[in-house]
Ligand binder design. Structure first.
Ligand SMILES: Nc1nc2c(ncn2[C@@H]2O[C@H](COP(=O)(O)OP(=O)(O)O[C@H]3O[C@H](CO)[C@@H](O)[C@H](O)[C@@H]3O)[C@@H](O)[C@H]2O)c(=O)[nH]1
Length: 325
């Protein structure tokens, strides 16, 4: 049993929110979640016992009211637009939700802390995209923040405002999360798109997968590990920034090869076509993080290797196809 009584998780219906809610409920924490819509709330396959509220991060007054009502010990800000691809189509919305929305959460926590006289701790889900196309590899907490996508710029603003709120005596930690995956990933992200396609093509014996750039390299880890880092960061004595990554990269092509090999298809190239719709205006060629600080300060370490991440996702999608889902 944790000594944390109440937690508020924004973005609770997403991949990380779901995994985090499971973890906190298992610890005996009273979990409140914020979902974007009643439909998201009703469709959510989260753990029992979570009180899910519906609201929009752009509704600053609503967020402040929620934080006051819930009076959490811990706030996990996971809400926002999480797809870089989507952010290119909706840059204004991305700035409002992912950037300003985060500040609304920090401000609400600060006001609660001030009015209640109790410590409120916040962790912000920051992103490797804040580094844009970095000069150094791997990146760490000292790498210049220089985003190149609307999503990265919005996350960069929230990241820098976290530091501003620390100077106002609010505990706001950030985890600079590199790509982290699980079967809960929607197909808007390349990993799940690939694993779902591998399962579909294996079952049908035919089919194609349309992708953008396949030579870009990402640092892919297992999402549950990254949720563990968020918990460690928010509970650490000092609010700080932590890069959370495996330190290893693979290309999209390598991900495809591993996923198709898992279903017994070696000639994956026969099934992949390039579609310019999935090529981004600017896309970092390689992002890779150095999580030494998280290791040394938080005792955090990734536990699942790349091949196992791919394998677990493919197996899940194969089972879904078999069930006719
Ligand atoms: N989504 C998508 N990406 C593709 C495709 N083809 C190639 N890619 C490439 O695959 C890479 C990974 O794309 P995503 O899976 O969409 O993830 P992301 O843009 O790297 O963002 C993820 O990681 C960030 C941290 O590094 C997170 O902050 C973000 O929320 C998200 O989880 C990108 O370089 C993208 O251009 C495709 O068809 N779809």
């Amino acid at each position: 049993m944790s000594d944390v009584r109440t937690a508020l998780v924004t973005g609770v219906t997403g991949q990380d929110g779901t995994l985090l809610a499971r973890r906190l409920v298992a610890e005996g924490v009273q979990v409140h979640g914020l979902a974007h819509s009643a439909a998201d709330r009703d469709a959510w396959a989260g753990p029992a016992g979570v009180q899910v509220h519906v609201g929009d991060l752009t509704d600053t007054a609503g967020v402040e009211q929620l934080v006051r009502d819930v009076a959490p010990d811990e706030v996990y800000n996971l809400a926002g637009i999480s797809s870089v691809a989507f952010s290119w189509e909706h840059p204004v919305l991305t700035g409002a939700v992912t950037g300003l929305g985060a500040v609304g959460v920090f401000e609400a926590a600060r006001r609660l802390q001030e009015s209640s006289g109790r410590r409120v701790r916040v962790v912000q889900a920051s992103s490797a995209e804040i580094f844009g196309v970095p000069d150094q590899a791997p990146q760490d907490e000292s790498t210049p923040v220089r985003p190149v996508s609307p999503y990265g710029a919005a996350k960069a603003y929230a990241h820098q405002m976290a530091a501003v709120y620390r100077s106002r005596d609010l505990h706001v930690a950030t985890c600079v999360l590199y790509n982290h995956e699980s079967p809960l990933r929607p197909q808007a992200f390349v990993t799940r798109k690939i694993t779902a396609a591998a399962a579909r093509i294996a079952a049908a014996g035919t089919g194609t997968l349309a992708l953008g750039s396949t030579d870009v390299r990402r640092d892919w880890g297992w999402a549950e590990d990254y949720v563990d880092a968020l918990v460690r960061a928010v509970r650490h004595g000092v609010a700080d920034d932590f890069v959370v990554a495996t330190g290893r990269t693979h290309s999209v092509a390598e991900f495809v090869a591993a996923a198709f090999a898992r279903v017994g298809i070696e000639d994956w190239q026969q099934h992949v076509v390039t579609d310019p719709r999935f090529v981004r205006p600017v896309d970092p060629g390689e992002v890779v993080g150095d999580a030494t600080k998280a290791r040394e300060v938080l005792g955090w370490a990734p536990t699942v290797e790349f091949e196992e991440v791919v394998g677990r996702m493919v197996d899940h999608d194969v089972a879904l196809v078999r069930e006719g889902a």
